[in-house]
Design a protein around this ligand. Structure first.
Ligand SMILES: Nc1nc2c(c(=O)[nH]1)N[C@H]1C(S)=C(S)[C@@H](COP(=O)(O)OP(=O)(O)OC[C@H]3O[C@@H](n4cnc5c(=O)[nH]c(N)nc54)[C@H](O)[C@@H]3O)O[C@H]1N2
Ligand SMILES: Nc1nc2c(c(=O)[nH]1)N[C@H]1C(S)=C(S)[C@@H](COP(=O)(O)OP(=O)(O)OC[C@H]3O[C@@H](n4cnc5c(=O)[nH]c(N)nc54)[C@H](O)[C@@H]3O)O[C@H]1N2
Ligand SMILES: [Mo]
Length: 763
């Protein structure tokens, strides 16, 4: 009963631009969700699948990492969660005949959208050296071949093991065990391109690289700042939480160069009164900040708070918190006071009045939460920007108090859990010691490659085998031409995947595709049905159980793939009992419990209700495990992007119809874009100043400090309400523009949100 995929590969020939919307969700969202689901799965399967989504006995949505409320709604999913599920639970299948029919060269000409539309991968496939087509192989052959390549390396550090954030805790834990037992810490992950800057800044200032608020806190806040985030598209269930908070009196300020639909107005499809009329206005205040201006804004808040305290001593700052729990106040205060208004206004593009009004709400809030996502993390000065956010929160004592705290909103559904499980290229010694003690094998101590360093190593011939546990490495990473050449230069690429993507058609000398189970599917091991666990953006760990029959009988779970590979590479005498662990995931959880703090009685607690919360010292007890033992204020250098005359600062974002590199469809209806993706949003006044017409066709040319240029051809200009001097376009199409060396200080995250470009008339 496999469904046929469309054979055509539509380009942008039907691109239409209409008005942008000022509200999100509501009835159209639900109908669109159902339409996509039914197209991929049919009516019966759609209903059965979507009703299990995010339920206590169901599976965790493979979409975003936003937590579920304890009281579940019967349809606890959003439009984009439904699309993520439809993408995985599709009835379309890719069989060996498909690869016989399409050469790799031909597939490399197809769009990412078309590749994804072909359906689920069903059979392990090998591309031999020099071959034009993938051919089917057995699992044993595949593992044997990987083992030969790995054992033939001069050093384990010549292999790179990437992870994307859908991998379960159990698979992630076993994977890093294998990689380290093999002998390397080369464990880059999607987090390196995502919230690494948040982790870096929060670990240094608060001692824990994760968010400090729970869902309940949102409802208790006086004020929530939503900064650099587009929840209407990327975390739609967050809108329900914001709406609820608002009804209880919480005020919301949005800080964004774009007036994103969901932030302005929201219609709740799960609430009968929310689906008619204009919905709830969500943000009470909108600061249309310039791209990269947030460090300046938070610096201004800090400066104004200090000055207000001077004017009325003892009434503004939380002195008892600052005195008891923090370090570095004086240096920070000095830096904040010294910042000049002209540089703040220039960097933010806001008026003094706008900042003053927003500040007064910050000052008057006893409980303040700051939420953020990629608008803060993907900048050169992302880490100092997030440190400035922390400075403002510390001034008011907003950490470790109900209704207050830091809320980095994570992307992939288990990206936070993967890091907890040890998917990290710079592991702490305490973790490695615990691993060695548990498994009786030595652990490598030298730090490994993150994503950008892994590309450099492959480019320079220092890394020769690339193994990916999920994701779409070549499409997600910067500097597409450099990255693709780097991958092609390796001896072997291995992709453990559910769906076909660009990374399968940019092979090393040899390439393997290993098809795996998704979240929605049942996982049988050792004659028993298994479940996995995940950790959401707020540190809650819970179980996820798939219910659908696997897309093909040949699929192995990620856990089984790792165990069989480890057995083949490391041999039968190895002290880690790989097969035994894979036969019963409870045994993996027992090991996790013994290695990672916070997982006491893991198997018992995860079977109860909706799981359990991991400890978070700053939140739970105002204990700050930093180098000073206190929460650290930081005196950051004032930074903002500089853009030469006649150039724009381009940010690369997600459309409403995509999940990272997975393109669900060609619309971005909240922004008024239909049937195409190659658009660049520019402020009408900038267009006038540049002498470019709305709807003109342009090439985007990025200019890098070393004098090199990169070009993304043929984008249609869309006059749009974005901050002056800024532009926006979708990734992955624009990744060619991001230089590999353009990364954030400290976190090494590609600067995907700040690329200096000029627009050139397309030939
Ligand atoms: N449906 C769907 N859901 C997803 C994803 C998806 O692709 N599709 N991806 C998942 C993943 S991995 C992640 S990380 C998250 C991403 O979630 P988001 O971070 O919301 O994703 P982006 O599309 O990158 O949007 C960045 C937002 O920041 C704003 N912004 C850009 N630069 C700046 C700046 O300098 N300052 C400020 N204040 N704002 C700025 C942009 O205008 C935009 O609103 O979503 C997750 N959820
Ligand atoms: N220019 C620019 N670049 C960016 C960003 C940006 O904002 N701008 N955002 C960055 C961010 S935040 C992120 S997180 C990265 C995302 O980078 P990745 O995580 O590498 O990319 P995805 O597109 O999420 O990966 C999709 C693929 O994962 C596979 N997959 C899906 N589910 C499963 C599963 O359950 N198991 C396995 N094994 N495979 C599965 C499918 O084959 C699918 O094709 O991209 C980054 N790149
Ligand atoms: Mo992400």
């Amino acid at each position: 009963m496999a469904r046929k995929a469309p054979t055509d590969d539509p380009g942008d020939e039907n691109l239409r631009v209409g008005p942008a919307k000022d509200w999100a969700a509501g009835v159209p969202a639900v109908t669109v969700a159902m339409r996509d689901a039914v197209n991929q799965m049919g009516v019966k399967r759609s209903a059965e699948t979507l009703l299990r989504l995010n339920q206590k006995k169901g599976f965790d949505c493979p979409g975003c990492a936003w937590p579920e409320a304890d009281k579940r709604h019967i349809a606890e999913f959003c439009e984009n969660g439904a699309k993520a599920v439809a993408e995985e639970a599709t009835l379309r299948r890719i069989t060996p005949e498909f690869f016989a029919e399409h050469s790799v060269a031909e597939l490399a000409e197809r769009s990412g959208y078309w590749l994804g539309q072909q359906g689920r991968l069903t059979t392990p496939m090998l591309l031999d050296a020099g071959a034009e087509h993938y051919r089917p192989v057995t699992w044993d052959e595949a593992f044997g071949l990987i083992a030969d390549e790995l054992r033939g390396l001069d050093s384990p550090d010549e292999a790179v093991f990437y992870t994307s954030g859908r991998t379960s805790n159990e698979a992630a834990f076993l994977y890093q065990t294998f990689v380290r037992a093999f002998g390397t810490n080369n464990l880059p992950d999607c987090s390196n391109m995502c919230h690494e800057s948040s982790g870096s800044a929060l670990t240094e200032t608060l001692g824990v690289g994760k968010g400090s608020v729970s869902l309940a806190d949102l409802g208790k806040a006086d004020l929530i700042l939503v900064v650099g985030q587009n929840p209407g598209t990327n975390h739609p269930r967050m809108l329900s939480a914001l709406e609820k908070a608002k009804r209880g009196g919480t005020r919301i300020t949005a800080v964004n160069p774009l007036p994103e639909a969901g932030l302005l107005r929201f219609k709740n499809p799960q609430n009968p009164s929310g689906v008619v009329g204009h919905g709830t206005p969500l943000a009470d205040r909108f600061l249309q900040i310039k791209v990269g201006g947030d460090l300046a804004l938070f610096r201004a808040f800090g400066k104004l708070l200090l000055e207000a305290e001077d004017a009325a001593p003892g009434t503004v700052l939380d002195h008892s918190f600052i005195d008891t729990f923090t370090h570095g106040f004086d240096d920070y205060a000095k830096a904040a006071r010294a910042t000049d208004w002209p540089e703040i206004l220039d960097a933010t593009g806001l008026t003094r009045e706008e900042i003053q009004a927003a500040f007064e709400e910050v000052r008057d809030s006893k409980r303040l939460i700051v939420c953020w996502a990629m608008g803060l993390t993907q900048h050169k000065h992302a880490v100092p920007t997030i440190r400035e956010v922390v400075n403002v929160l510390l001034l008011g004592g907003h950490v470790g108090r109900p209704g207050a705290g830091v809320c980095p909103v994570r992307g992939h559904s288990n990206v936070q859990g993967d890091r907890t499980m040890g998917i990290y290229e710079k592991p702490k010694d305490a973790f490695l010691d615990a691993m060695s003690a548990e498994f009786g094998v030595p652990m490598p101590r030298e730090h490994g490659f993150d994503t950008v360093d892994a590309i450099r190593a492959m480019r320079d011939g220092r890394a020769k085998v690339f193994f990916a546990m999920g994701g779409n490495f070549v499409a997600a990473t910067p500097d597409t031409d450099v990255t693709e050449a780097a991958l092609r230069g390796t001896a072997l690429t291995v992709q453990v995947s559910t769906k076909l993507n660009r990374s399968h058609v940019v092979p090393g000398r040899r390439a393997l595709i290993l098809p795996t189970l998704g979240r929605t599917e049942t996982d049988q091991q050792g004659g028993q049905e298994q479940f996995v666990t995940v950790e959401d953006s707020m540190g809650l760990v819970h179980a996820s159980r798939g219910r659908l029959a696997p897309a093909s009988e040949a699929l192995l779970s990620e856990v089984a793939i790792i165990a069989r590979l480890a057995g083949t590479v490391l041999g039968p005498e190895h002290p880690v009992p790989w097969e035994e662990l894979a036969a019963d995931y409870d045994r993996i959880r027992d090991r996790i419990e013994r290695v990672i703090p916070g997982f006491e009685q893991f198997n018992t607690r995860v079977r109860r209700g909706s799981g359990f919360a991991l400890p978070h010292a700053p939140r739970d007890s105002r204990t700050f495990p930093t180098t000073t033992g206190k929460a650290n204020f930081t005196a950051n250098e004032f930074e903002a992007p500089t853009v030469p005359e006649g150039r724009l600062l381009l940010q690369t974002i997600r459309s409403h119809d995509q999940y990272n590199t997975t393109i669900y469809g060609l619309d971005d209806r909240y922004r008024g874009i239909h049937a195409g993706r190659r658009v660049v949003f520019v402020n009408p006044d900038d267009l006038k100043a540049l002498g470019i017409r709305d709807a003109a066709m342009v090439d985007l040319v990025s200019e890098w400090t070393d004098g090199t240029e990169r070009r993304a051809p043929e984008f249609r200009v869309v006059a749009y309400d974005t901050a002056r001097g800024c532009a926006a376009a979708y990734f992955p199409e624009t990744n060619v523009l991001v230089p590999l060396d353009s990364t954030a200080e400290i976190s090494n995250t590609p600067t995907s949100k700040a690329i200096v470009v000029r627009l050139e008339a397309a030939l």
